[in-house]
Write a protein that binds this ligand. Structure first.
Ligand SMILES: [Zn+2]
Length: 62
C-alpha cells in the first residue's frame, strides 16, 4: 500500500497537515486546526517543504 497523502506538522500549532499526492509547488495548504496558510515550496522524493504563506508577499492583482 502506498500512502496517498503526506503528513506534515503545522509549525504553528503542531496539528496535522495533509498534503495530497497530487499537490504541486506553489499550492496553498490551510491548517485545519489554526487556519494558518502554508505554501508548498519544495516537493522532492515525497518530502514536502512548507513555508508560512503569511511571509510571502506577492500581489497577484486579485
Ligand atoms: Zn496549525
Amino acid at each position: 500500500m502506498v500512502e496517498k497523502t503526506t503528513m506534515n506538522e503545522c509549525t504553528t500549532c503542531g496539528g496535522d497537515l495533509h498534503v495530497p499526492e497530487d499537490a504541486m509547488v506553489g499550492e496553498i495548504l490551510t491548517c485545519p486546526d489554526c487556519g494558518v496558510e502554508f505554501e508548498i515550496v519544495s516537493l522532492v522524493g515525497g518530502q514536502v517543504k512548507l513555508a508560512a504563506a503569511e511571509n510571502i508577499k506577492e500581489d497577484w492583482g486579485e
